[in-house]
Write a protein that binds this ligand. Structure first.
Ligand SMILES: [Zn+2]
Ligand SMILES: [Zn+2]
Length: 361
């Protein structure tokens, strides 16, 4: 059986690549087996012809030996050669680019036709929230106002006017998916595509909801209370499942991501779960040791200063740092000591310092 690929595609023997491509697209649309008036056998022929004619090398070989090969009786055919080539083989390359266009237009893979894309869950949202360090120590609840798509209150997301009829989509029998079988020269491909007739909902709505025009969702500013856990650190993100944008036609909502920013504190610097602060003490406190008052977010603390402490030394107050996030316990609070030199001295103080000097201090 001799095959004439040129007549399969309805192009002249001297047709250029553009003409071949155009002809293939037109015919593939026309004869696609899943289309009304489609013809599987014809579609296969068109595919086969295109695989050969679109490849300059194959085309040349076909031009030269085409009928001879077909009639050679050795069982060789371009069809087999193409099959053996496989997807990535050295044989005939399957041009997904072109087919993608064809299928895209028909089933919405490419999304070129409005509304034919599958309705998936709503989009995720992200907001940035700034808190104080003290809020991060104790944790807090914060109310946010988020403008977003919410499920339509009138139709509860169905997109149907309340009281109106909702039938099963006849195109996909309510499954929301249309399975397609593509017979190509490389074999049979089966794939499920979202039903474009019902936007994958499986339902046929008689009357669209007036409030949302059948979308099943509407924009609204919503109040959301976020629990910010104690110990949260700068840049950490909380995920609020299902608090993102509502999906169309009742599809699940996306998530809301709340990114936390902790405002730098004047007196306390966080490092992981430890906190650092400064305490200035006097010359004699440093020399003799003392107890000093320190204001912390846990209240006023008494800090024991050991004798002979030096500037820059740290005093550790255990368990007064940041709470460990979602774990028991806290980090530590480190008090960095600065010994201050008196800026002015009374007469008596001067005398005492003079005496100290004599003692070698
Ligand atoms: Zn509605
Ligand atoms: Zn459907």
């Amino acid at each position: 059986m001799s095959k004439d690929y040129y007549s399969s595609l309805g192009v002249a023997k001297n047709a250029n690549q553009d003409e071949i491509k155009k002809a293939f697209r037109k015919l593939a649309h026309q004869y696609h087996p899943d289309k009304q008036g489609g013809d599987e056998k014809r579609f296969k022929e068109i595919n086969e012809a295109y695989q050969v004619l679109s490849d300059p090398q194959k085309r040349q070989q076909y031009d030269q030996y085409g009928s001879a090969y077909q009639q050679g009786g050795g069982g060789f055919s371009w069809e087999d050669a193409a099959r053996q080539g496989g997807f990535n083989g050295g044989g005939v390359q399957f041009d997904f680019g072109d087919l993608g266009d064809v299928f895209g237009d028909m089933f919405g893979f490419g999304g070129s036709r409005k509304g034919s894309r599958r309705d998936t869950r709503g989009s995720d949202l992200q907001v940035d929230v700034e808190i104080e360090l003290k809020d991060a120590i104790v944790g807090m609840k914060k109310e946010l106002r988020i403008p977003k798509a919410v499920k339509c209150e009138k139709c509860s997301g169905s997109g149907a006017e309340p009281g109106s009829k909702v039938n099963t989509c006849p195109t996909c029998s309510g499954t929301g998916q249309v399975s397609t079988t593509q017979r190509t020269i490389l074999g049979v491909f089966q794939s499920a595509a979202p039903c474009s007739a019902c936007q994958a909902t499986g339902k046929k709505i008689e009357k669209k909801c007036k409030a949302c025009s059948g979308e099943g969702r509407m924009r609204k500013e919503e109040k959301i209370t976020v629990s910010i856990p104690a110990g949260i650190d700068e840049g950490q993100t909380l995920r609020l499942s299902g608090e993102g944008e509502a999906g169309a036609h009742g599809a699940p909502a996306g998530d809301l991501y709340v990114r936390i920013h902790v405002r730098p504190d004047k007196h306390f610097v966080r490092q992981r779960d430890d906190v650092y602060t400064d305490l200035t003490i006097s010359f004699s406190q440093a020399a003799l040791g003392d107890t000093a008052k320190l204001i912390t977010y846990d209240g006023v603390m008494e800090v024991k200063i050991p004798a002979a402490i030096q500037t820059g030394q740290l005093i550790r107050l255990a368990n007064l740092g940041m709470p460990h996030l979602q774990k028991k316990g806290r980090g530590d609070l480190y008090v960095r000591i600065t010994v201050s030199t008196p800026k002015s001295l009374s007469r008596k103080q001067r005398e005492l310092f003079e005496q100290l000097r004599k003692e070698g201090l």
